[in-house]
Write a protein that binds this ligand. Structure first.
Ligand SMILES: [Zn+2]
Length: 299
């Protein structure tokens, strides 16, 4: 599907195929393995943690997000990626300026998508890159900190408080794809690092409380992201363990209203005035339910 642009997988002409038959076996094997080891990097891009922004409605927001994603795409190819998938993962999921995106990337765009911020990730992918990430709900000093939506006070998976970075890295871990890079504000980077100790992180801004920032210039951020992603792709060493089942999820809402609605869903249990819980053995199914609970309930 993605192969059209890739020079190594053009179909060989019959003449070339015949001539290969006369080459020494070792030469043929080496050539084939180089051409057949695809290394796809998956990028999940949010907006709050993009350098230069103190408002996601800023007129230049979509442009800055696109250029920062492009820096990651360039870095991925420099590090040895053979293809890159970009998932627009903020708000409408239709923020990236299609025409300005690095033409080598394949774009997932629009909403709804069943797996939201991680739609399109496949077990065959070599690594996951988070761009523009922000801190989890309740984080102080993280610009626009939230988890999924403003409705959530806290989200816990097996007792651990997770933000979007945490819930998305568990999704990647389920498919045993390593999260290799994260950029965003310093709190977002720190929160991913707590769960993926070796991850390469590039903090591009720091929150002043939750609605103002000290930020790198977009140019400096892009240069650091390009370098960081290239290094991270070069250094991919192993696949993470699949996290153990079951996944016990507790979602604490900011208001009891959504808990009132959610407790009517089969399998969802009321734990308190603002808290509901459920359990699932399959993380992708749990991930979908979390998204329903924080995003799609209507009073
Ligand atoms: Zn977000």
């Amino acid at each position: 599907m993605m192969r059209g642009w890739h020079p190594n997988v053009r179909r060989a002409s019959p003449v070339v195929t015949l001539s290969l038959a006369f080459l020494p076996l070792a030469a043929v094997v080496t050539d084939t393995s180089a051409a057949q080891s695809p290394r796809t990097i998956y990028i999940s891009a949010d907006m709050e943690g993009i350098a230069g922004l103190s408002d996601t409605q800023d007129a230049v927001g979509r442009r800055l997000m696109t250029l920062e994603v492009n820096a990651a795409v360039v870095g991925a190819f420099e590090g040895g990626a053979t293809s890159v998938v970009v998932n627009d993962a903020h708000g409408s999921h239709a923020n990236l300026l299609q025409e300005d995106l690095d033409p080598r990337a394949r774009l997932l765009r629009g909403s709804l998508k069943p797996y939201g911020m991680m739609q399109g990730l496949e077990a065959s992918h070599a690594g996951v890159v988070f761009i523009g990430y922000h801190g989890r709900a309740g984080s102080l000093g993280s610009f626009a900190a939230h988890t999924g939506s403003g409705r959530v006070a806290d989200l816990r998976v097996n007792g651990r408080s997770v933000g979007e970075g945490g819930m998305n890295l568990l999704y990647a871990a389920w498919y045993r794809v390593p999260v290799i890079f994260v950029s965003g504000d310093d709190v977002a980077v720190q929160q991913v690092r707590e769960m993926v100790p070796g991850v390469t992180g590039v903090p591009v801004k720091t929150g002043i409380w939750n609605s103002a920032v000290v930020t790198l210039s977009p140019d400096s951020a892009r240069a650091a992201i390009r370098r960081g992603v290239a290094d991270a792709v070069r250094e991919i060493a192993s696949r993470p363990q699949r996290p153990g089942s079951p996944f016990n999820v507790e979602l604490e809402y900011a208001s009891s209203l959504f808990a009132d609605i959610a407790e009517g869903i089969a399998g969802v249990e009321r734990r308190g005035p603002t808290t509901v819980a459920f359990s699932d053995n399959e993380y992708p199914a749990a991930y979908r339910m979390i998204r329903v609970l924080y995003k799609h309930l209507q009073p």
